[in-house]
Design a protein around this ligand. Structure first.
Ligand code: UGA
Length: 442
C-alpha cells in the first residue's frame, strides 16, 4: 500500500479483532492492536494466537516479523497512532436477560474518544443492537477533544470461525454504514485490496448496516431450525430428514447451505444474536415482527434434549451407570470454541442423568475441562470409546467422519452409536454390526 495509506488500529483482540488486525497487516497496512487484557497482548506480541484458528498463527508471525503489526494496552498510543480505528470488542448475552451486553463497546469507545485529538474515523465491527452507532456517534462528539472531526461508521463483520482469514480477505460482501461521503471514501480506500478481489460493497446508513448483521445471523439460525423442525416431523412418520434436506437444497431458491440437520446451532454468535434481536425489537415496539425467533431458539434447544433421549433409548431406557463415549466438545469442527456448545450441553445432561460420560475433542479439551470439570475426558476416540455402551457423535470433526466402524467395534462394550450431526454413513455402520441412530432418520 502507499506510504500515505491510513494507519489502522484494532480495539479488542479477541476472535474478531485479532483476525482483523492480522489481515489488515497482511494487506500491507501499519496496524496497532489494543486490548485491556495485558495477558492477551503479551501472548499476541510473542506470536501466539490465544484460540484455535487454522492459518492464523502463521499469518500473525509473518505480520509481526514484517514490523507492520504491533500490540499495546495504551489507548493513548492508539489514539495518537490511528487514522482509522476498528472497534472489535465482544457483545455477549447479558446474564439473566436476552439483551446484548454492550458495556465493552461503550467502554472501548469512551476510552478511545477521550484521547482523540485529531481527525479520525471510528469504525464499529462488533455485533450490536440497532441504534448503538447513533448513540456512540453522539458520545464521541461530546467526549473527544477533536469533537466533530471524528466520525463514526459501521462495518459489520460476517466471518465464520474456522474460515476467519478467508472470510476477511474475500467476504461475500462489505457493508459500509456511513453518515458522510468522507467516511465512505475512507472505507473504500482501506478495503481497496479486498474490493479489488471482487467483494461487492453495499453503502447504507449506519442503522441499516447494524441491522444487516443481526438479520443475517437470524436468517441463518432460522434456516437451521427450519430443517431441524422438519426432522421432528420426520421422526413422527419415519421419514428421512437427510434426504429431505438434500432434495430441498436442490431448489436454487432454497439452497443447500446451512440446511444441515442435526444437533443444531451453538457458539458465541447465533444463539445470543437472535435473543438480543428479540430483546431490541421489543424495545423498539416491534417485538411481534421477530417473535418467530423464539420458536427458532426453542426448536434448537429441543434438538439437544432429543439427542439425550436417543442415547437413553439406545441404552434401554435408563442412563444410570451407562458408559457414554462423547465425540466432540467444540460448538463446531475446526474450532476450540465451547461457548453455548450443543455437544457439551448434551454431554453434561447425560452426566446429570446418571451416565458415565467420557469426552474427546481434537482441540477443545482444555476449554471443556475448565468449563465442565465434572465430566471425564480422554485423549482419543478409541480411548473414550473403550468399554462404552453408547457412542455419541456431537461435533462433526473430519477425524470422526473417518472412523472405521470395524475397528471401533473391537473396543466398545456395545455397538451402539448416535450420530448427532448426520456425519456418518448409516449403511456403512450398520453393515459393520452397529445399531445406528440419528435425529430425524428412521
Ligand atoms: C456465525 C455466522 O455464520 C457468521 O457469518 C457470523 O459472522 C458469525 O456467526 C458471527 O456473528 O460472528 P460461527 O458462529 O463461526 O459464524 O459459526 P457457523 O459456521 O455459522 O455455525 C454456527 C452453528 O450452526 C454451529 O454450531 C454449527 O454446527 C451449526 N450449523 C451450521 C448447523 O447446525 N447446521 C448447518 O447447516 C450449519
Amino acid at each position: 500500500v502507499a506510504a500515505t495509506a491510513p494507519k489502522i488500529t484494532v480495539i479488542g483482540t479477541g476472535y474478531l479483532g485479532a483476525t482483523h488486525a492480522v489481515c489488515m497487516a497482511a494487506l500491507g497496512y501499519q496496524v496497532l492492536g489494543v486490548d485491556v487484557d495485558a495477558d492477551k497482548i503479551s501472548r499476541l506480541t510473542s506470536g501466539e494466537v490465544p484460540f484455535f484458528e487454522p492459518g492464523l498463527p502463521e499469518l500473525l508471525i509473518k505480520a509481526l516479523d514484517s514490523g507492520r503489526l504491533r500490540f499495546t494496552t495504551s489507548f493513548q498510543e492508539v489514539a495518537d497512532f490511528g487514522d482509522i480505528h476498528f472497534v472489535c470488542v465482544g457483545t455477549p448475552q447479558r446474564a439473566g436477560s436476552f439483551a446484548a451486553d454492550v458495556s465493552y463497546v461503550d467502554a472501548a469507545v469512551t476510552e478511545l474518544a477521550g484521547h482523540l485529538r485529531r481527525r479520525a474515523l471510528v469504525v464499529g465491527k462488533s455485533t450490536v443492537p440497532v441504534g448503538t452507532a447513533a448513540r456512540l456517534a453522539e458520545l464521541i462528539r461530546t467526549v473527544a477533544p477533536a469533537g466533530g472531526s471524528v466520525e463514526l461508521a459501521w462495518n459489520p463483520e460476517f466471518l465464520r470461525e474456522g474460515f476467519a482469514i478467508d472470510d476477511t480477505m474475500r467476504p461475500d460482501r462489505l457493508v459500509f454504514g456511513v453518515s458522510s461521503p468522507w467516511a465512505e471514501q475512507r472505507l473504500r480506500e482501506v478495503f481497496a485490496p479486498v474490493i479489488g478481489q471482487g467483494s461487492p460493497v453495499m453503502v447504507t446508513d449506519p442503522q441499516t448496516a447494524e441491522l444487516v448483521k443481526v438479520a443475517a445471523n437470524s436468517f441463518l439460525a432460522t434456516k437451521i431450525s427450519y430443517i431441524n423442525a422438519m426432522a421432528e416431523v420426520c421422526e413422527a412418520i419415519g421419514a428421512d430428514v437427510h434426504d429431505l434436506a438434500l432434495a430441498l437444497g436442490l431448489d436454487e431458491r432454497i439452497g443447500s447451505r446451512f440446511l444441515r440437520p442435526g444437533l443444531g446451532f451453538g457458539g458465541g454468535c447465533l444463539p445470543k444474536d437472535i435473543r438480543a434481536f428479540m430483546h431490541r425489537a421489543e424495545e423498539l415496539g416491534v417485538g411481534q415482527a421477530v417473535a418467530f425467533l423464539r420458536e427458532v431458539d426453542g426448536i434448537n434447544q429441543r434438538r439437544r434434549a432429543r439427542t439425550v433421549d436417543l442415547v437413553r433409548e439406545l441404552a434401554g431406557g435408563d442412563l444410570r451407570g451407562v458408559r457414554v463415549a462423547a465425540l466432540g466438545a467444540a460448538f463446531k469442527p475446526d474450532s476450540d470454541d465451547i461457548r453455548d456448545a450443543p455437544a457439551l450441553d448434551v454431554a453434561s445432561s447425560l452426566h446429570q442423568l446418571g451416565a458415565r460420560v467420557r469426552v474427546f475433542d481434537p482441540v477443545a479439551l482444555d476449554n471443556a475441562r475448565r468449563a465442565y470439570p465434572a465430566l471425564e475426558y480422554g485423549q482419543s476416540t478409541f480411548d473414550v470409546a473403550t468399554g462404552a455402551d453408547v457412542v455419541v457423535l456431537l461435533t462433526e470433526w473430519s477425524q470422526f467422519r473417518e472412523i472405521d466402524p470395524a475397528a471401533l467395534r473391537t473396543v466398545v462394550a456395545r455397538r451402539r452409536i448416535v450420530d448427532g450431526r448426520h456425519a456418518l454413513d448409516p449403511a456403512h455402520w450398520r453393515a459393520a454390526g452397529w445399531e445406528y441412530r440419528a435425529l430425524g432418520r428412521p
